[in-house]
Design a binder for this molecule. Structure first.
Ligand code: GTP
Length: 291
């Protein structure tokens, strides 16, 4: 039987549901999902291996202002990801302005084939879906148009089938049991960062990076230390909370998530560090794995 394999990039505006879709397809919690925008800083690659095919996914950051150096890096990641993909999933929220999204997608220099994926169909009436579908098909720039609900896992199998059809004939790129080529440390850092997103409003999460400084597999548990890096002393105070209440909360929630992910007991130690302007500094960005 012919084997297909290739690279697929999910592309869309912040909050379109890229991380949720990736998780729905892979069935594992790989990318962090949060109702706030711009939580995805890295190119996360998930690998789906099934009989007859292998799909290598990349969850690229949404479109954003190159306001900070970090954002410039994210934008260049978006560009290269688009260039080297066999298939691009152009993902949009069904409630976003259609014309605006289509214009945006049309402006991308896509090399491979693209599928227009309209997410959050659970928010729409059937008649609205049909009207939208007609407009999308009339656009004509995508190979196909698929409505999904990433959160309810609706039409995910249909989408997978469509992707596979568009993949080139190729041997698999990764061993069969590979789920991702990101290190466990990376996911651990993301899980800690996710708790910061859940616990703090406004500015704080955007000024925060998490670096895992120690990852030790002991006989009965895994010992992990991590630094939460912020830009100002006042932010450090907020992360710590009154008598360390907030950081204990972050630690206990993150530990539970990490234990589920690693499927073993975890001892988690968190420290808060102040690094002035870390987001504009190449040295720090490299250290935090953002370069
Ligand atoms: N109703 C509904 N909400 C969804 C669906 N998919 C995602 N969401 C929600 O939309 C929000 C954004 O989802 P994410 O997956 O974090 O979006 P993203 O595109 O990865 O966002 P960034 O990380 O900011 O680039 C979250 O609150 C999700 O729960 C869906 O199918 N239906």
């Amino acid at each position: 039987m012919m084997h297909r394999a290739g690279f697929v990039n999910i592309f869309g505006k912040p909050n379109a549901g890229k991380s949720t879709l990736l998780n729905a397809i892979l069935g594992e919690k790989l990318a962090i999902v949060s109702p706030k925008v711009q939580t995805t800083r890295h190119r996360i690659t998930g690998v789906l291996t099934e009989p007859g095919y292998q799909i290598v996914f990349s969850d690229t950051p949404g479109i954003i202002d190159p306001k900070y150096k970090m954002h410039e890096k994210m934008m260049s990641a978006v560009k290269s990801a688009l260039e080297d993909a066999d298939v691009a999933l152009l993902l949009m929220d069904a409630r976003d302005n259609l014309d605006e999204c289509l214009e945006l997608f049309a402006s991308l220099k896509l090399k491979g084939t693209s599928i227009l994926v309209i997410n959050k169909m659970d928010n729409l009436e059937a008649s609205t879906i049909e009207a939208l579908r007609e407009k999308c098909i009339a656009w004509g720039k995508a190979k196909s148009v698929i409505f999904i609900s990433a959160i309810q896992k609706k039409n995910i199998d249909l989408l997978k089938k469509e992707i596979v059809q568009l993949l080139p004939e190729s041997e698999p790129f990764y061993p069969e049991d590979t789920l991702t080529d990101r290190s466990t440390r990376f996911f651990v850092a993301e899980m800690i960062r996710e708790q910061i997103f859940h616990l703090f409003e406004d500015e704080i999460p955007y000024h925060t990076a998490v670096v895992v400084t120690l990852f030790q597999e002991k006989q009965t548990l895994t010992k992990i230390s991590a630094d939460i890096v912020v830009t100002r002393e006042t932010q450090k105070g907020i992360i710590l909370g009154e008598r360390g209440r907030s950081i204990r909360e972050i630690g206990s929630r993150a530990r539970q998530e990490i234990e589920k992910f690693l499927d073993r007991k975890v001892f988690l130690e968190l420290h808060v560090k102040v690094r002035d302007k870390w987001r504009d500094n190449d040295k720090y960005l490299r250290e935090y794995g953002l370069l």
